[in-house]
Design a protein around this ligand. Structure first.
Ligand code: NSS
Length: 433
């Protein structure tokens, strides 16, 4: 369907034509004789130049009264302008005000505190910085789906309402489900495993929930996770897939989001380093390295955020930490064939202090061992009977992983905090807007 207006992103192909745009007034400067109207419409921004001597006095006066974020319809001639980032400028001859706000736009040019900005997330999203982040997020998701789809993966989405914990009983959001209890999904993995037994190479992608009371810059209570699961892949194949995916995502962002990375003042040389092969450390080697670097984390405990930050600073690309102690990882991971105290798993840590972006493992495919692990963890057996069926009927070596979209977006975009990487962040203290 063609519309009776044009998009700012299409203006470079409309030089010397008369066009009408619809959008919002992003910024405005006036010199008395000229108004410079910075316009945005979601496809880009353009400077509209209104010259007093070229329009009626009324129109010039009306334009002067515009407030930031007024919605407008603007008509004018597209001119080439080498100095403009988009290469064009608009000589404005007509202006229709769709709505001029009655009060000042709350987000001004001064520095606002983060709480104020988060309270006004519905407006903050309009800023060029947030727009750049959302474009990078869109590119990461799009590139991940395309990567998997073109390699023959089938998207098989998992439910959000579930009767069993996926990652361990702590951190579950419990909901009333008619006469019983249900939980918001912490992961789609168990369902992805069933789908892998049905269709081989699969993935699910959707929101996941953790009721963790973590107040770090890496934790959300609602985040999006991409979870591939592959029949007949072992631990090594799994890490190889993770590496290829991450290299692809970063190269796609570099190729398509140059302007956005520039807006965010991202040091792209750091992203240009992201090439195969990624280094690998065994968990035990990571603990040794940490102790040399002054951490007090002992063998047998999980790595904390600080530890991850220290480790990633030793490398210029993501690093795999492999084969953690069974006691700190989820029940479904396969026991290491050479050491029953370890499991075949990996965490992939992003550089520059960002830390874990992926958690993956080979899955326990032995019925008896899996049942024993469920019992050891004190999990109820009944909700997992269908999951155990996968080990009864044609059990198979299989592996998979979960990649947190916001963690990847925060890293690639160079954000201080994960809350900017999702349009509507949910944290312990934030449910609004
Ligand atoms: O807990 S994970 O390490 N692993 C799983 O959930 C597996 N069941 C995935 C699988 O094998 N299919 O989480 C995976 C990733 C982790 O590396 C982070 O990138 C992200 O999910 N993650 C989070 N992002 C934001 N906020 C929170 N709270 C969070 N927790 C995990």
């Amino acid at each position: 369907m063609s519309v009776p207006w044009v998009y700012i992103g299409d203006l470079p192909s409309k030089i010397d034509s008369q066009v009408t745009l619809r959008g919002w007034l992003y910024n405005m400067r006036s010199s008395g004789k000229i108004h410079f109207l910075q316009l945005r419409d979601g496809t880009g921004t353009v400077q509209g130049v209104m010259v007093k001597s070229e329009v009626s006095e009324d129109l010039f006066a009306v334009a002067k009264g515009l407030r930031l974020e007024a919605s407008v319809e603007v008509t004018g001639l597209v001119r080439r302008d080498e100095r403009a980032p988009s290469g064009v400028e608009l000589s404005v001859s007509g202006l229709k005000i769709l709505q001029n706000p009655e009060s000042e736009y709350p987000i001004g040019k001064k520095d606002h505190g983060i709480d104020f900005l988060l309270d006004n997330r519905h407006l903050w999203l309009r800023s060029s910085r947030q727009y750049a982040i959302m474009k990078i997020r869109d590119r990461v998701i799009w590139a991940a789906r395309e990567f998997l789809h073109s390699d023959g993966y089938l998207l098989v989405d998992s439910p959000i309402i579930s009767g069993a914990a996926g990652e361990g009983a702590s951190g579950l959001f419990e909901i009333d489900y008619f006469d019983s209890k249900a939980y918001l999904a912490q992961t789609g993995q168990l369902y992805a495993e069933a789908a892998a037994a049905a269709y081989g190479k699969v993935y699910c992608f959707g929101p996941t929930f953790r009721a963790e009371k973590s107040k770090t810059r890496r934790h959300l209570t609602e985040f999006w996770m991409l979870e591939p699961e592959v029949a007949f892949y072992d631990h090594k194949d799994n890490m190889d897939l993770q590496e290829r995916l991450i290299v692809h995502l970063v190269s796609q962002v570099l190729e398509h989001c140059g302007e956005e990375l520039h807006t965010l003042e991202r040091d792209v040389s750091k992203l240009e380093n992201i090439k195969s092969p990624f280094p690998h450390l065994q968990y035990s080697e990571a603990i040794d390295m940490l102790s040399r670097l002054g951490s007090s984390t002992l063998y047998g405990s999980d790595l904390g955020n600080e530890d991850e930050t220290i480790l990633t600073k030793q490398f210029d690309r993501p690093v795999f930490i492999e084969n953690y102690p069974k006691s700190v990882k989820a029940f479904y991971m396969k026991e290491h064939p050479d050491n029953p105290d370890l499991v075949l798993c990996d965490d992939l840590l992003a550089p520059e202090g960002y830390g874990e972006i992926i958690g993956g493992s080979q899955r326990e495919d032995d019925y008896d061992r899996l049942l024993a692990r469920i019992r050891e963890e004190g999990l109820p057996e009944e909700p997992y009977d269908w999951y155990l069926d996968l080990r009864r009927y044609g059990t198979f070596v299989h592996s998979g992983f979960g990649m947190g979209i916001e963690r990847v977006v925060a890293w690639v975009s160079g954000l201080q905090h994960i809350r900017e990487a999702i349009p509507w962040p949910r944290t312990i203290y934030r449910l609004k807007p």
